[in-house]
Design a protein around this ligand. Structure first.
Ligand code: AMP
Length: 217
């Protein structure tokens, strides 16, 4: 494989979960811009300090910062045979930059997987979401609870709720998504590379639909 797969969709559409599954199947790295930014915030780097207030408010981090972090990550040797990216590009400017980065790396854009979900389903998913900082596992307090309350099944780390998963911030994230990211759906729709998937089904059903779309069904 020598291509890039992009996951697009509103908050809580399951794009991170599905991107991870596809990366395991295709044996290429899964790159999440949100994870890269959260790690930078935790590490207290200059980039992290700049990004923090935007992230806490549910707004987009400035393009120039996300583009430079993404570019640095795509240039690493593990990406040379392709990669799966979620959370980037998220604006038209990022999409333009992404196309030039792919050209420079000699990687083709294989597909853009666009996962849709009704807003009420997304809000209920987000407010119950609990994540593990250490291994990246994601749970839901009601639909996919860990065996022991707020403790990761995989690595035993204490789970946390993302600061941007509160009701107020969730609303902002949706409106930012509609204004900034939805135009990309039209852009990629025209290119013929967009595959639209219903994200309200179970994780396995969505995964099967993505695999079927990849086979052209
Ligand atoms: P996510 O984990 O994808 O939901 O991203 C969490 C937050 O990180 C977003 O609400 C933004 O504040 C920031 N972020 C992630 N990716 C990007 C991006 N491509 N451009 C700007 N901000 C981003």
């Amino acid at each position: 494989m020598n291509g890039a797969f992009v996951f697009l969709g509103p908050p809580a559409s399951g794009k991170g979960t599905q991107a991870k599954l596809l990366s395991e199947r295709l044996k290429v790295p899964h790159i999440s811009l949100g994870d890269i930014l959260r790690e930078a915030v935790r590490a207290g780097t200059d980039e992290g300090n700049r990004a923090k207030s935007f992230m806490d408010a549910g707004k987009l981090v400035p393009d120039e910062l996300t583009i430079s972090l993404a570019k640095e990550r795509f240039a690493r040797s593990d990406c040379k045979n392709g990669f799966i990216v979620d959370g980037f590009p998220r604006t038209l400017k990022q999409a333009e930059a992404f196309e030039s980065i792919l050209g420079e790396c000699g990687i083709e854009l294989s597909s853009v997987i666009y996962i849709t979900i009704p807003v009420d389903v997304a809000v209920s998913r987000l407010s119950g979401r609990r994540s593990c900082k250490k291994c990246g596992a994601v749970y839901h307090s009601e639909f996919n609870p860990p065996r022991k309350l707020d403790v990761c099944d995989r690595c035993g780390e204490k789970l946390y709720q993302r600061r941007d998963d509160t009701e107020e911030v969730i609303k902002t994230r949706f409106s930012v998504y509609e204004k900034e990211t939805l135009p990309l759906v039209r852009r990629y729709g025209k290119s013929g590379k967009l595959k639209e998937i219903d994200g309200s089904a179970s994780v396995d059903e969505v995964r099967n639909a993505i695999e079927a779309a990849g086979r052209g069904k």
